[in-house]
Design a protein around this ligand. Structure first.
Ligand code: NAP
Length: 501
């Protein structure tokens, strides 16, 4: 039997066709594909600055239909045995695996990340589906000792109800499955609004979910304008929970919009992660960690190190190695083999990166490599290393681009206090060969996710979420389903044993 071609040998044109073949220009409402009544939203290919397709702009009434369907489908879905829901999730995972190369190409087309990295995202996304498939039969409650001998208390974990999920463009697949698979595991139904820049990956995943047996109404994917879709999702009393991943600013607004209906909330918001390299660190490990954490998705991830603090005695050696590695990164079309850095998502993203570089230069910093738009033009930016200047900008604002600003520090206390001098608290990284220091500093960092001697902290088993203005709730891991469950207690009176006399 002929073997399928090795992915690296697929020509960009072939990959582009595989991705484009998955595009569905319709929204999924109550198991039906609809075109929507509004003027469609144009979705672009950021690498080529061409039109990729049109996503429906649903009306408020069409979003309401999805919400009503989620409420109608909820009792039956919630009443199924957990493992029956898990079996459907396993089938979904098998279908995602069967289409992983095409899904990766679709992510590259609408998001711009290099195909190999997009394939990594599809596998990461699928790990959430299998993770929660396995957990679905294990949502046990407890028996609880009562303070009195006359009672026994039982607790049950029950699904919170229909859930709204709103996802960003930077992980078009993983943010969808991290929410939907956890919700389905718990027995919740989902109405999901993907980012308008990258709706097609979410729609393609939903199509596979239907094929896997997710019943009508259990999973709707609604596309459209924020004021229309967002207001319906946050305002509806039928929706019992909102799970949001995106910027802190939008998260705050959505939390306020959910207050009148007292929805449960999960808020996975922005970050400005510090990365600390101590003088006793293994330098190659530290530079590898920066390359993996900082330059993935061209620096457009919420857990990207946004500011690097390097202890003074090793600063020059570190900068030399980092600059050489960053200068060698291959920038190019995301479907071309060997490309490591694709375009940024939109022109505003380039403006922001330029602004951060200009402000660093104004505050006394310098550019060691990169520093401007790439010769390829369009939305491509040169991978950049900055040294010196004011770190407070990078503690206050996510750069969301391929820029590594490096600052020096003298003592452990100074590193910790500068790392914590931010309103954000999502991820933080430290590099040291001293285990005591790793634990001491790791415990002291005000962040939800800590990487020690690694820049890679995203996997299905790791509790993912922030503190401070990076939000609340945890996704993935054994805790990720808790946000979709509520506890019911039952107190049983034990009565008296019958006496023989
Ligand atoms: P964003 O502008 O906050 O948008 C996120 C989502 O919210 C999109 O679907 C967006 O829709 C929607 N939205 C925006 N305004 C809304 C409103 N008024 N009502 C309802 N929905 C609304 O963020 P982004 O630029 O897509 O994503 C980047 C941000 O996400 C960064 O801050 C990053 O750090 C954060 N992020 C956090 C995590 C985490 O796990 N903590 C993971 C990934 C990303 P439209 O696309 O239609 O505007």
């Amino acid at each position: 039997m002929a073997q399928p071609p090795a992915p690296e040998t697929l020509a960009p044109k072939a990959l582009a066709k595989m991705g484009a073949d998955l595009i569905v220009e319709q929204a999924l409402v109550d198991g039906r594909w609809i075109s929507g009544t509004g003027k469609p939203i144009t979705v672009e290919n950021p690498a080529e600055e061409t039109v990729l397709g049109q996503a429906p702009r649903l009306s408020g009434a069409e979003v309401d239909t999805a919400i009503t369907a989620a409420a109608r489908a909820f009792p039956d879905w919630a009443a199924r045995k957990g493992q029956a829901r898990g079996d459907i999730l396993f089938r979904w995972a098998a279908l995602v695996e069967a289409h992983e190369e095409s899904l990766a190409a679709l992510i590259s087309l609408e998001n711009g990340k290099p195909w190999k990295e997009a394939l990594g995202e599809v596998r990461y996304a699928n790990a959430f589906i299998t993770w929660f498939a396995g957990l679905a039969g294990r949502l046990d409650g407890r028996t609880i000792e009562s303070p009195s001998n006359e009672h026994l208390i039982l607790s049950f974990r029950e699904p919170v109800g229909p859930v709204a999920a709103i996802t960003p463009w930077n992980f078009p697949a993983a943010m969808v499955t991290r929410k939907a698979a956890a919700a389905f595991c718990a027995g919740c139904t989902v109405v999901l609004k993907p980012a308008s820049a990258t709706p097609f990956t979410a729609l393609a995943l939903a199509k596979l979910a239907l094929e896997a047996g997710v019943p009508d109404g259990v999973f709707s994917v609604v596309t459209g304008a924020n004021n229309e879709v967002g207001a319906r999702l946050t305002g509806s009393p039928l929706i019992r929970k909102l799970s949001f991943t995106g910027s802190t600013e939008v998260g705050r607004k959505l939390a306020a919009d959910c207050a009148p209906t007292l929805k449960r909330l999960s808020m996975e918001l922005g970050g400005a992660a510090p990365l600390i390299v101590f003088e006793d660190a293994d330098l190659d490990t530290a530079v590898d960690g920066v390359m993996a954490g900082k330059f993935r998705a061209a620096g457009q991830t919420c857990i990207c190190p946004n500011r690097l603090y390097v202890q003074a005695p090793i600063l020059d050696a570190f900068l030399e190695r980092l600059t050489a590695r960053v200068a060698a990164l291959k920038v190019g079309h995301p479907l071309e083999a060997g490309v490591e850095i694709g375009p940024l998502i939109d022109p505003k993203a380039l403006d922001k990166v330029e602004d951060h570089i200009a402000r660093t230069l104004d505050s006394g910093g310098q550019v060691l490599t990169g520093g401007g738009r790439h010769d390829l033009g369009g939305r491509f930016f040169q991978p950049t290393v900055l040294a010196g200047g004011d770190d407070r900008l990078f503690a206050a604002e996510e750069t969301f681009g391929p820029v590594a600003p490096v600052f020096s520090f003298k003592t452990e206390d100074e590193a910790l206090s500068r790392a914590n001098a931010s309103d954000f608290g999502l991820a933080a990284y430290l590099f040291t060969t001293d285990q005591g220091r790793a634990l001491r500093v790791g415990r002291g960092l005000e962040a939800g996710i800590i990487g020690v001697n690694t820049g890679l902290v995203s996997n299905a088993a790791n509790p993912f979420g922030g503190v401070k203005q990076s939000g609340y709730g945890r996704e993935g891991s054994v805790y990720g389903v808790d946000d979709y469950l509520q506890i019911k207690s039952m107190t049983l009176a034990l009565g008296q044993a019958a006496r023989d006399d």
